[in-house]
Design a protein around this ligand. Structure first.
Ligand code: FMN
Length: 322
């Protein structure tokens, strides 16, 4: 059942951040990383503009579509769409604590309904040959993880999921904002280690609070994969460092990277009318800490809003760093 991904480092699904432009950029930095989409709800796919949500550039492979939903039939229909669009994997969101998501009765609150998640996974498995994975927390509210999480994994595995991405902190569904829910509940990597020990046949990807290459590599000694979220977005250079350490990949020179992004921005504008700023905004953190980083940031955020061509923005930005 399923397969262990050879792309053991992944960039987390992040709403408003990991859109296709961001993934195109991350792929240039990390040829081997597994890239996730933002969460896309079943409602958005069943009633909205499917192509807008699902299209991606072929260079983004391997790419995972993260779905938000809790209706087995709807998820199965969306899994079919993902298959037609050529995604490599589908992930079900069982970790998002936002109020909007709770109202839709999916995301982290699904951790309290392992049978329903099992049925969702089974319905998707029946609809697609793609691997189905689940991303969750170590628990919600006053759930005792060694019961709740263990039961969740056991039941959901029975539906056909053998890879779990575990954000190693609880979600507190009442009283914390989504942002606080990424910072306040304490991280517990040891618990995820025990989970892996107790379900030795399954794959566990560790997520949450990993911010250095050193920690990424050391977690890979224990876990089947490591997922980087904020660190990868805010300091994308970490992706090149991880890539080099794991695969010996030589990083693209900044100038080559910029040339590729110019070509991409031009093509996106011609094909879809994409504003330049929608692309440059994901690159702001690239040169953090270097001389000229402030100017780089300013050009990519402010100047990009009024520039006529990508060259008008990217070349001065490069010059600021050189
Ligand atoms: C801006 C933002 C948006 C996020 N959106 C999603 C999402 O759509 N789906 C999801 O499963 N997690 C989402 N997350 C959570 C991340 O995937 C990840 O689990 C979390 O940030 C912890 O990892 P980190 O400490 O490496 O950032 C989001 C996080 C951030 C910062």
């Amino acid at each position: 059942m399923g397969k262990v991904s050879k792309n053991r480092v992944s960039v987390a699904p992040m709403m408003d951040w990991t859109d296709r432009h961001c993934r195109y950029f991350h792929r240039l930095l990390a040829p081997n990383a597994l890239l996730y989409t933002e969460m896309v709800t079943t409602g958005a796919l069943l009633h909205g503009d499917v192509d807008r949500h699902l299209r991606f550039d072929p260079s983004e492979h391997p790419v995972v579509l993260q779905l938000g939903g809790s209706e087995p039939d709807d998820l199965a229909a969306c899994a079919k769409m993902a298959t037609e669009y050529g995604y490599d994997e589908i992930n079900l969101n069982c970790g998002c604590p936002s109020e909007r998501v709770q109202k839709g009765a999916f995301g982290a609150c699904l951790m309290a309904e392992p049978e329903l998640v099992r049925d969702c996974v089974a319905a998707m498995r029946a609809a697609t040959p793609l691997p189905i994975t689940v991303k969750c927390r170590i628990g919600i509210d006053d759930m005792e993880p060694r019961q709740g999480l263990w039961t969740f994994v056991e039941k959901v595995h029975a539906g056909g999921c053998d890879t779990f991405v575990i954000h190693a902190r609880k979600a507190w569904l009442k009283g914390l904002s989504p942002r606080e829910n990424r910072e306040v509940p304490p991280l517990d990597y040891a618990l995820v280690r025990d989970l892996k020990r107790d379900f030795a046949g399954l794959n566990f990807v560790l997520n949450g609070g990993v911010t250095t290459v050193h920690d990424t590599l050391s977690h890979l000694d224990t876990f089947d994969g490591v997922m980087l979220g904020r660190a990868a977005y805010q300091n994308p250079h970490i992706l090149t460092e991880v890539e080099e350490a794991l695969h010996g990949t030589t990083a693209l020179p900044l100038q080559t990277l910029i040339e590729k992004m110019i070509a991409y921005a031009q093509a996106q504008r011609e094909m879809h009318g994409t504003p330049l700023h929608s692309i440059t905004r994901h690159m702001v953190g690239l040169n953090a800490g270097k001389r000229g980083a402030r100017r780089w940031r300013q050009i990519l955020t402010v100047d990009a809003l009024k520039a006529k061509t990508p060259q008008d923005v990217f070349w001065p930005a490069l010059e600021a760093i050189s």
